[in-house]
Design a protein around this ligand. Structure first.
Ligand SMILES: [Zn+2]
Length: 165
């Protein structure tokens, strides 16, 4: 069973991360949702604007989506990606879907990883992602940064809400 450590440093063992997120058993910052997907701040990594789009249902991957789910997903991905540019002024985002972890302990999910100036020290390519995550999990759980993560999530939430109206 995987063990997660929340944004706030609380450890928990869970069977399926996706199901636990849906049932509210993992403390996270929700951004928005559609019929089949939700968007939240990464629940372990205190990097502002590091988001996860995950399926509400227990599905493995894109190849398991219906046509309607595919359309819903790409529209949501588009809206969230645009929100990151508009709200955070972030130029570069890595969009990652790792299927092997889904098979073992979660649902379909996509990471939207924002590139900051500080993440450059871990590499200029996709290889910067994991070291940046580990660094932030180890060194960025400060009160000031957690506040920034929360404020960023709130700004994104408001932007996307406004777009829906
Ligand atoms: Zn599940």
């Amino acid at each position: 069973m995987p063990e997660i450590k929340s944004l706030y440093g609380i450890k928990k063992k869970i069977k399926c991360i996706g199901c636990s997120l849906q049932k509210g058993k993992i403390n996270t910052l929700n951004i928005t949702e559609t019929k089949n997907f939700n968007v939240s701040q990464d629940y372990e990594t205190p990097i502002p604007g590091f988001l996860i789009i995950s399926s509400k249902k227990h599905v493995r991957g894109i190849e398991n989506f219906s046509k309607k789910e595919r359309e819903e997903f790409i529209e949501l991905l588009y809206n969230v990606r645009v929100a990151l540019t508009r709200v955070l002024k972030i130029k570069n985002i890595d969009i990652i879907n790792e299927e092997i972890s889904i098979e073992r302990w979660s649902h379909f999910h996509v990471w939207l990883f924002p590139r900051y100036k500080w993440t450059e020290k871990f590499g200029e390519s996709i290889d910067c992602v994991i070291p940046s995550m580990k660094f932030s999990q180890k060194s960025m759980r400060t009160e000031k940064n957690l506040k920034e993560v929360k404020n960023t999530a709130e700004k994104l939430r408001r932007y996307l809400l406004q777009k829906q109206q």
